[in-house]
Design a protein around this ligand. Structure first.
Ligand SMILES: Nc1ncnc2c1ncn2[C@@H]1O[C@H](COP(=O)(O)OP(=O)(O)O)[C@@H](O)[C@H]1O
Ligand SMILES: [Mg+2]
Length: 561
């Protein structure tokens, strides 16, 4: 039991460290902001103390000038406080937002890098990007400042209170620790509620994702009822948890109120005894009361802030799992494909590859060679590893050392972005984005000119039909989705690949989703591209392709057919 508890707290610290990794570049302004915000708390306490002491003194002395002086001091301090508060809050809120942004960037890039493929459902990924990041942001712009802002006042105020009157100090700290302990106890149920809430949100997002991606299937198989039930179930769960959270935070607030009353009451009781015994003046007591209240409030707030950090920490845990604990956000690569001399011959030696989440290698000891401007076909049963092999060669998976050469250049995992420049990749999904036709093609090359776009389209045999669209190259793909045949979409995708001017073209079942006529047209396009490119192609259609060399992928290995 005890051991479990230690493990849990180590977990939270590790998550904090992981999340702080994303805050690192913004640490200085964030810390300055926190410091200003924090000192504002001290100013507030001093202000209160000055006010109470000054007023009491002035009343006892019957001195209106003293009252005025106290008032002026209070006004001046108020102005200082407002300024500190404003600058402080802005600085750390902006730091928090920038941190959340970096976190989002990292998650987004992890998704794009395909390293995460098969490890999380798209709904799960979507909710990580939104809900979880929002919760983590609360750590930086709410819970963490809430925790830290009390540390400084606690030390300064406790020392002051003890210095003025140690008995009163003792009562204050004892009451404060009681309040802190009580608040701390609320952390556990709140963590459980937060975990359940995030899971339910992810489940709901997952169901919605299924509806978006499989709408037709859902209709065919009458899954609407089931999906709706699943969605409803997640929402019921959320409602229950929200209800539970309201109860717990309600109890927490009640406890906080009671413990503050206890503190003030205790201070007054002990203080009045001391005043009646002439150990302390009434002015001192009245000066001390707000300070003591602040100390107790601070201790209670630290316990409360820890409870408030549970939801962000739970979100952090989910993101930690998703990213495998990696919190490096490197600048986007400017790498270019390394220059190759002596032709684009592709060779692999004893190539072995396994996914991070599977033990058994998908590919082992693959030896193959494709000469420059050859068309190599890859055949094999579904699931044999054709797509994996092509993606590994094209650098689409993050891998360590691999024995692949393109011409005289060996694969270098530290230059994987540059390596990808050797290849243009087209698969059967030919995903087009919700942009115009020209913009979709231009995605293949940053800063592509209209001439380049047209040339690539012409090479992909797409120029003629694109010109015939309502707005030609400026036609939004989303609006004409239905007007484009599968073959036309595929040829836009090929143009997007060709505009990269990569010497090696990779087609992964690029024609298998097409009808016979479209397939014939795309194959004619590919056949025309053979003269100037080395082509790697996973296909079932050997008859019309007539490859220069055919490889069979089987049991993780490759043999020439
Ligand atoms: N991201 C992934 N994570 C784990 N296993 C995967 C992943 N992608 C594919 N696989 C597995 O690798 C094997 C080969 O898949 P794939 O290369 O897509 O085969 P093919 O293209 O020949 O049909 C299959 O068993 C598949 O389940
Ligand atoms: Mg495949």
């Amino acid at each position: 039991m005890k051991k479990q508890k230690t493990q849990q707290s180590v977990g939270s610290l590790r998550i904090l460290g992981f999340l702080f990794g994303f805050a690192r570049p913004h640490m200085l302004p964030f810390m300055i902001g926190l410091l200003l915000y924090t000192s504002q708390q001290v100013t507030f306490s001093l202000l209160n103390a000055t006010l109470m002491g000054g007023i009491t003194g002035a009343i006892l002395d019957g001195n209106p000038a003293g009252l005025l002086a106290a008032g002026l001091i209070v006004l001046g301090m108020l102005a200082v406080m407002a300024a500190l508060l404003y600058v402080g809050v802005v600085l750390f809120a902006v730091g928090g937002l920038k941190t959340a942004r970096r976190l989002q960037t990292k998650i987004f890039r992890t998704y794009v890098s395909a390293d995460i493929e098969g490890r999380a459902h798209s709904g799960e990924r979507l909710s990580a990007l939104n809900t979880d990041v929002t919760h983590v942001n609360q750590l930086f712009d709410g819970a963490l400042p809430g925790l830290l802002m009390w540390l400084f006042p606690i030390v300064t105020l406790s020392v002051t209170v003890f210095a003025i009157q140690w008995q009163v100090g003792l009562v204050t700290v004892a009451a404060g620790l009681f309040a802190m302990g009580g608040q701390y106890l609320f952390a556990k149920p709140l963590a459980r509620i937060a975990k359940g809430t995030l899971e339910a949100v992810a489940a709901a997002t997952k169901t919605v994702g299924d509806i978006f991606s499989g709408g037709i299937i859902a209709r065919v198989f009458k899954l609407q009822e089931n999906l709706q039930k699943m969605f409803g179930h997640s929402n019921d769960q959320l409602l229950r948890l929200a209800n539970r959270e309201a109860q717990v935070t309600g109890a927490q607030k009640l406890f906080s109120g009671i413990s503050q009353l206890l503190t003030t009451g205790g201070v007054f009781v002990v203080g009045s005894i001391l005043v009646s015994q002439r150990e302390m003046s009434l002015v001192t007591l009245m000066t001390m009361v707000p300070m003591c209240a602040s100390v107790a409030e601070a201790l209670s707030a630290i316990g409360g802030a820890w409870a408030g950090m549970q939801a962000p920490l739970e979100a952090g845990k989910r993101i930690h799992g998703l990213l495998g604990g990696d919190n490096r956000v490197e600048p986007l690569s400017e790498q270019k494909a390394p220059a190759v001399s002596g032709g684009y011959r592709i060779e692999t030696k004893d190539l072995t590859f396994s996914f991070k989440n599977t033990e058994k290698p998908i590919l082992s000891g693959v030896n193959l060679a494709v000469e420059e401007n050859q068309l190599a076909a890859f055949v094999g049963a579904s699931g044999s590893g054709k797509s994996t092999l092509l993606k590994v060669i094209a650098g689409l998976y993050d891998c360590e050392a691999l024995h692949i050469t393109v011409g005289n250049k060996p694969f270098d995992s530290t230059h994987i972005e540059g390596w990808r420049g050797h290849f243009a990749y087209v698969d059967q999904s030919c995903a087009l984005f919700n942009l115009t036709v020209a913009e979709n093609i231009a995605l293949g090359k940053e800063g592509a000119t209209p001439e380049e776009i047209r040339a690539a389209a012409a090479e992909a045999d797409a120029d003629a039909f694109i010109r015939a669209l309502p707005q030609g190259y400026d036609t939004p793909v989303g609006e004409v989705g239905g007007m484009l045949s599968g073959g036309q979409r595929q040829r836009i995708a090929i143009a997007r690949a060709l505009i990269r001017r990569s010497p090696v073209l990779v087609f992964d079942e690029a024609t298998s989703a097409l009808d016979a006529q479209s397939e014939g047209e795309v194959i004619a396009t590919i056949n025309r591209l053979r003269a100037k490119h080395t082509i790697l192609m996973a296909t079932h259609n050997l008859a019309s392709i007539q490859p220069d060399i055919t490889f069979r992928v089987e049991d993780g290995g490759v043999t020439v057919v």
